[in-house]
Design a protein around this ligand. Structure first.
Ligand SMILES: C[S@@+](CC[C@H](N)C(=O)[O-])C[C@H]1O[C@@H](n2cnc3c(N)ncnc32)[C@H](O)[C@@H]1O
Length: 201
């Protein structure tokens, strides 16, 4: 799925080079399509793997909830950690409305502001004060994993990507929807292999 016609055209061209494979390019807004349509599929006895590969903060929490609700889809989520630490500025006074909205949309709740920021100790004339982010980049990554664990029975990773780049830009997680221990074991075996290969490359 991609919302950009030019990107879909390139994907179709690639698909045409592989006529032996079943490839369907869906030109659409992935948040809308997943949230509106995934629930109408009977997922009983089915399994699927999804890859969410955004540039930035495009993935909506409601999309992740819809995926988790299938109890059938394992989703590789390339979380935009750089997007998060740029929006969640060190000082709370620098978080404008669009930053606040983007963070809440991807984390699914506005509780992050109370959980990630604490007082600097200097109250302003109205009794309120500037707050400072208490978590560094790794702390933000841990926070994201904890959020994902509130809706997925198992979350594996993250793998920091791109390898060797500082500051880290992305965190690759595998979020497993199916709560059955056998399903989690199987997905964990695949994930361990991929994370190990990613860590040694
Ligand atoms: C990092 S690129 C994906 C690259 C692709 N996985 C590949 O390996 O070639 C992110 C893509 O997400 C698309 N995108 C951004 N927001 C979207 C949305 N809401 N729905 C669908 N696609 C979206 C962009 O057009 C862009 O092509």
């Amino acid at each position: 799925m991609d919302s950009k016609p030019a990107h879909c055209a390139a994907l179709r061209e690639l698909a045409n080079q592989h006529p032996d494979r079943d490839i369907f390019v869906v030109e659409t807004d992935a948040n809308r399509a997943i949230q509106d349509e995934i629930g109408s599929v009977n997922w009983n006895g089915k399994r699927a793997v999804m890859f969410l590969d955004p540039y930035g903060m495009e993935v909506e929490w409601a999309t992740l909830e819809a995926i988790a609700a299938t109890k059938a889809i394992d989703v590789w989520f390339l979380f935009p950690l750089a997007g998060l630490y740029r929006q969640a500025t060190r000082k709370s006074g620098d978080i404008d409305k669009s930053k606040r909205t983007a963070i809440t949309r991807i984390l699914g709740s506005d509780a992050w502001e109370g959980e990630l920021y604490s007082d600097l100790g200097q109250a302003d004339m109205f009794g309120g004060g500037e707050k400072q982010r208490t978590e560094d980049v790794k702390g933000l990554e841990r926070y994201v994993k904890e959020r994902l664990e509130t809706i997925f029975p198992k979350v594996l990773g993250p793998l920091a990507l791109p390898r060797g780049e500082k500051p880290q830009r992305y965190s690759l997680f595998l979020c497993i929807s199916n709560p059955a221990p056998a399903a989690i074991r199987l997905a964990t075996g695949v994930a361990d292999y991929i994370f190990k290969a990613g860590n040694s490359s």
